[in-house]
Design a protein around this ligand. Sequence first.
Ligand SMILES: [Zn+2]
Length: 222
Amino acid sequence: MTDMPLDPHHTGTDAGPGQESPPDVDEGAADGEFRIADLAAVVTDLAVHLEEVHALIRTATAVSSITALRAELEALAARVDELEPPQDEDEAVPEPQAWVDYATAHDWHDLATWTDWLTRTYDVQADHMVLPCWPAHRGVAEELAALRTAWRAAAIAGRGTQPGDAMIDWHARWLHPTLLRVRGEFQQRTCVDRHHPTWVGPPTDPTMLAAAERAATELTDH
Ligand SMILES: [Zn+2]
């Protein structure tokens, strides 16, 4: 095996000087220089990396969009919370109750201030005006408290930046009908010249209530 003929062109290297170059390689190609095949491989490799960079850019853009959307959603949620504060789960829901049954002395004072403002601001006809003895009429006080609650909502909406019909709706639906009810449907109707003590209607007839309860018991027991 030691007598193999020596190839005078074989130098033991693949790209040694004097070796016949492949047709796609420059004549001057040598070790340490890029051959076209190597360049092609590098270009292919770069193309792969470029696609990866593009993918990263697309991901970054998507993340940026999501971040911006999240910020907008949080801002919107904050505005909604301002309009309607979230119910605290630990906060007990208050029992339904008439304003006159839970109002404090301060509440009565506030309602009187608002009622006097109403009388000064809306120069309604004399027979529609709220009479000064209204605090002695619990039903009238209840109507005025409810009218003020609706006014607050409408007045807040009316100060918004967008045009709306909240205030005119309050005038048409609540202000004038309420004033008419107050003067026409309550005992205050007779208080034009002076206040007359209110009288309370008789309570439920106990005999008739007992009969209704017996009938209900028989109905629900079968
Ligand atoms: Zn009265």
